[in-house]
Design a binder for this molecule. Structure first.
Ligand code: MGD
Ligand code: MGD
Ligand code: SF4
Ligand code: MO
Length: 713
């Protein structure tokens, strides 16, 4: 039972690896967290964040009761749940009666994606009350990749993932999985897989920085935001040397001629001028990749937030396709979803907004639209906002504009563990629970798993204070808001039906049963259910590797083919034709992750934060040119803003590139240790309206900056 003394089997929900954990409880408190060596997927792998996560539960700076704003930003008084929820429902009803549900918006942050209760209840709530203006961390992260999936396969949710356990050649673009533990696919023991691939073949890491991953394998340094040139030149090399089996490609895919016409002019020499990789290396890489018995290319956020991220992501899949890697062992396959046996939703719509047509991908508009929606008066202006588990003032571009917009709302409700830089502007902060204080069954993650695996956990301890999970809160709020609105037949856009009540365990149990999901055992396949998972607390491997079967039947395009081109790219191709390589003196800022940080939070855990000081990393040649040396104070400027920091000189970066971690610049929240950290909000340098509009993605990498010494100015 939650809180009982002894060892509790559970798993981490901080990142996509879902490592198995053992939490030792004494007197109702978690005193130690250890790796779970009996977890068949992670087999004892953990990182320091997972084994420090119990400090989140007992953090004295956590908010433990609902808070109501009683003064300027950051001034709150505790209120009961009853008061908070009934006041929120009443205020929301006034706004919806007056302006319709188009006056309400929602932002869904990253940790909510690892929380079954939030994942299941919040979209249902928004849908029921006609709230369509939804935003999420996806537009800071993955919407360009999802847009590429939509174009290629007809659904933004049809994820292709690399079959790492069986490949001989892994080409990694823009990801540092030895630190991030992978993203877009789940593999807690990724290092082991990469080591064995390197043992029998090659692991090549394309990155502007010699990352922790690049250091262990082969590093191919590249200028930021130029992977498109590398990939196009590789694909063209393969066509030009007759290495592509045109018959197989035509059977699987359409629009091949359009693709070739659009990118055929990019040869390896031209690519070299843009990306900085020698033409001979590009050609050799393409031929070697094609010649490997089993090979796969995959990319992640380093190729998702530049100026042409959708096309770049599309070309990764094209490279896999033209080398015969689609849907084959050791290549590139759709993941297995044990709850799904039907059609995948498109996951992408073009919506006519007050500001023109905008893509809405994976439930998210471009983040800048949130500011425009709040700040622009007129019919449909957003007056109320919910933010669950998100800290957009630090994680999104345009922090200051966001703060101004948040402060101007009529109603802003946040659900979080802390008072943060973002929700200090809220009217109500509702106390959430950490992952140790809730049950979970990450069914949605299975379709991203390199080795499909499922585990169910009950809460390890009871929620501290009055913390409640999102499903509990949105279930209650739905009932209260329904009562308010049901009494008023004049409310437009509300169906007056009974509101949804979501119970994560029941819902997922039903889904597993309805889909006829099974697990392989020595006695044959056994039906999957929560009961079976409870009997197997360390989790169950569902199949030993990706099944790689019937891949083509999963494609959602009516013609059943992969679409290799879309006319929406024509303008981008024209711009690429006109573009010049980065200038010799230009500096581009890219992001960097640290093992002990998690986006904008966990900076209140002393054990994690005390050894971290964010600095601007710069190549020694660039530093010398600017007369800078290690430790010098500098000002970093972009068209969007400026920050101050110190320089750290390194030769791990290609010249013309600087890095700074995101998620810093704390102040004004309840997290005292985080507030005491030094570090700036790097996203003040990202333009709010930047990024690729067609995929609702933000410009968070390859930002043009200038760096100058503070001593001189
Ligand atoms: N420790 C830790 N782990 C995390 C997180 C965290 O904050 N901390 N965050 C989690 C989240 S939310 C996510 S989405 C994942 C992300 O997981 P990853 O995608 O692995 O993210 P990063 O580690 O930031 O690696 C991105 C890499 O792209 C490189 N890069 C930047 N620009 C370019 C470019 O133009 N071309 C190429 N080829 N490379 C480029 C950067 O130098 C960097 O090494 O990590 C998750 N895991
Ligand atoms: N420059 C730059 N910016 C980036 C990135 C980058 O690489 N470079 N990465 C982007 C990426 S990939 C992502 S995903 C976004 C993340 O962006 P966001 O999702 O907006 O922000 P997070 O930093 O994840 O903040 C999570 C918040 O949820 C709270 N929280 C944590 N766990 C729980 C819980 O269990 N329940 C509740 N109720 N609250 C909880 C935390 O206290 C914190 O306030 O950042 C993006 N921003
Ligand atoms: S890698 Fe670390 S943060 Fe990610 S799930 Fe494992 S223990 Fe948690
Ligand atoms: Mo992310």
């Amino acid at each position: 039972m939650p809180g009982d003394d002894g060892s509790h089997v559970t798993f981490c929900r901080l990142c996509e690896a879902f490592c198995g954990l053992i939490a030792n409880v004494e007197n109702g408190r978690i005193v130690k967290v250890l790796p779970d060596r009996s977890n068949p997927a992670s087999r004892g792998h953990v990182c320091i964040k997972g084994t420090s996560a119990h400090h989140l539960v007992d953090d004295p700076d956590r908010i433990l009761t609902p808070l109501r704003r009683c003064g300027s930003a950051g001034e709150f008084e505790p209120v009961s749940w009853e008061v908070a929820l009934s006041e929120i429902a009443a205020r929301l009803a006034v706004i919806i009666r007056r302006n319709g549900s188009q006056a309400v918006a929602n932002y869904f942050g990253n940790p909510a994606a690892f929380n079954n209760g939030a994942m299941g209840s919040i979209p249902g709530f928004m849908n029921h009350f006609g709230i369509r203006k939804t935003f999420s961390a996806a537009s800071l992260d993955i919407t360009s990749r999802q847009m590429a999936f939509y174009i290629l396969y007809g659904s933004a949710f049809l994820y292709t993932i690399p079959d790492l356990p069986r490949t001989d050649f892994a080409l990694i673009l823009g990801s540092n999985p030895l630190v991030s533990h992978g993203s877009g696919f789940t593999n807690p023991r990724i290092r082991e897989d990469l080591d064995s691939i390197a043992g029998r073949g090659r692991v090549v890491v394309v990155d502007p920085r010699r990352t922790e991953t690049a250091r262990c394998y082969e590093h191919l340094p590249i200028r930021p935001d130029t992977d498109i040139w590398l990939l196009a030149a590789m694909v063209n090399t393969l066509f030009d040397t007759g290495k592509v089996d045109l018959g197989t490609v035509s059977e699987l895919a359409s629009n091949l001629e359009e693709l070739r016409a659009a990118i055929g002019w990019i040869d390896a020499e031209l690519a070299e001028r843009h990306c900085g990789i020698p033409a001979t290396t590009i050609r050799a890489l393409a031929l070697d990749f094609a010649a490997a018995p089993r090979a796969v290319a995959f990319g992640r956020i380093g190729i998702c937030r530049g100026t042409v991220p959708t096309l770049t992501n599309l070309l990764v899949d094209v490279l896999n396709l033209v080398t015969g890697r689609f849907g084959v062992p050791g290549g590139w396959a759709f993941g297995d979803d044990p709850t799904y046996r039907g059609r995948m939703p498109a996951g992408m719509r073009t919506v006519q907004t007050r500001f023109g047509p905008e893509p809405w991908i994976s439930n998210s508009f471009h983040i800048s639209l949130l500011v425009d929606e709040i700040k622009t008066p007129g019919d449909g202006q957003v007056r109320a906002l919910f933010i669950e588990t998100g800290n957009i003032v630090l994680s999104a571009p345009g922090g200051q504009q966001l703060e101004d917009a948040l402060e101007s709302l009529d109603l802003f409700v946040s659900h979080d563990l802390y008072m943060t830089e973002t929700n200090r502007h809220a009217d109500y902060i509702l106390p959430g629970v950490s992952f140790f204080e809730r049950e979970d069954l990450p069914v949605i993650a299975v379709k991203q798993m390199v080795r499909p695996f499922l585990q169910y956990t009950t809460p390890v301890v009871l929620p501290r204070g009055e913390g409640r999970n999102e499903d509990d809160v949105f279930n209650q709020l739905a009932v209260l808001l329904h009562k308010e609105l049901a009494s008023d037949p004049g409310v437009s856009g509300y169906g007056h039906k009974a509101p949804p009540q979501f119970s994560p365990t029941d819902a997922y149990d039903d889904m597993l049963r309805a889909a006829g999901a099974t697990v392989e055992t020595s006695e044959g396949p056994v039906p999957l259910s929560i009961d079976l998972l409870i009997k197997n607390p360390h989790g169950l491997i569902l199949s030993d590797g990706l099944r790689c079967v019937d891949s083509q039947s999963k494609i959602m395009h009516p013609d059943g083919k992969i679409h290799l081109w879309d006319a929406m790219f024509d303008d981008q191709i024209e711009r690429l034709r006109q573009s010049q390589p980065h200038g010799e003196d230009e500096l581009r800022l890219i992001s960097i992750r640290n093992l002990k940080s998690l986006n904008s939070w966990m900076h209140n855990v002393d054990k994690l934060v005390r050894s971290q000081t964010p600095v601007l990393q710069m190549n020694s040649r660039d530093a010398e040119r600017r007369g800078l040396k290690d430790g010098d104070p500098v000002r970093v400027r972009s068209e969007a803003g400026e920050i101050r920091t110190t320089v750290s000189v390194t030769d791990d970066l290609v010249s013309g590139v600087v890095t700074y971690p995101h998620g810093w610049g704390h102040g004004g929240g309840s997290w005292r240790s985080a507030n005491a950290t030094r570090g700036a909000n790097v996203n003040l340098l990202s333009p709010l309206h930047g990024g690729e509009r067609l995929s609702a993605s933000s410009l968070l990498d390859a930002i043009v900056v200038e760096v100058e010494t503070l001593a001189e100015s």
